[in-house]
Design a protein around this ligand. Structure first.
Ligand SMILES: [Mn+2]
Length: 208
């Protein structure tokens, strides 16, 4: 599907791939670059079809439209939970890069998988899987667990809904172009009994 990448000098290069089971996908994503960093989220509206898409769109609108000073990870989850009360509900994993400290905070509610694959694996810079909490935004908000990690140039973040089989990241070529990775993951690991979406972002911290 659509190829979207940021130009040279950007904080991130990123791409996504997705497929709907039928009609409109209940999976969606947000990439929001702002002055201090970037917020990325992948959202899966419960079930599939129009009601799932409606819930996912509402969460994505909240993350996209929140004022910049209110982009804290816990705040965003709280606002999505409140905003989704009248919907079918959604699960979400979200990562927030802070450019000044070269760090990333991430958290998940429900089963959107997140992995951080290091460009160079070193002490303190191991590959990481996001420890998401069980729950559904709009219905049951767990106590959020926000983790903070240092990030290095060219580290790769991948967020994928449960329409993608969970072991996908073990077979990814972490040095490939984001669109090539997204297309590979979708074509090889989509379960084909659910909507599927994968978002791939490489951190391009400005060389100093
Ligand atoms: Mn799903």
């Amino acid at each position: 599907m659509a190829a979207l990448s940021e130009p040279e000098g950007a904080l991130l290069e990123w791409a996504w791939a997705g497929a709907a089971l039928e009609g409109e996908s209940g999976d969606t994503f947000v990439v929001r670059i702002h002055a201090g960093g970037a917020v990325l989220a992948v959202i899966d509206g419960l079930g599939h079809g129009a009601h799932a898409a409606c819930a996912a769109r509402r969460a994505s609108a909240i993350v996209s439209a929140s004022p910049e000073r209110e982009l804290g990870v816990a705040e965003l989850f709280g606002r999505c939970h409140e905003g989704l009360v009248e919907t079918r509900g959604a699960v979400m994993s979200l990562a927030s890069y802070d450019h000044a400290s070269s760090s990333l905070k991430w958290a998940g509610v429900g089963n959107v998988e997140g992995v951080l694959l290091r460009a160079v694996v070193a002490p303190g810079f191991a590959d990481m899987e996001l420890a998401a909490r069980g729950g559904v935004l709009g219905f049951r908000m767990p106590e959020l667990r926000v983790s903070s990690l240092p990030v290095s140039r060219r580290d790769l973040l991948i967020l994928a809904t449960d329409g993608i089989r969970g072991e996908f990241w073990r077979e990814v070529n972490r040095h490939a172009a984001p669109q090539a990775i997204a297309d590979f993951v979708l074509s090889r690991f989509a379960r084909r009994d659910d909507d599927a979406l994968v978002l791939v972002a490489r951190y391009l911290e400005a060389a100093s």
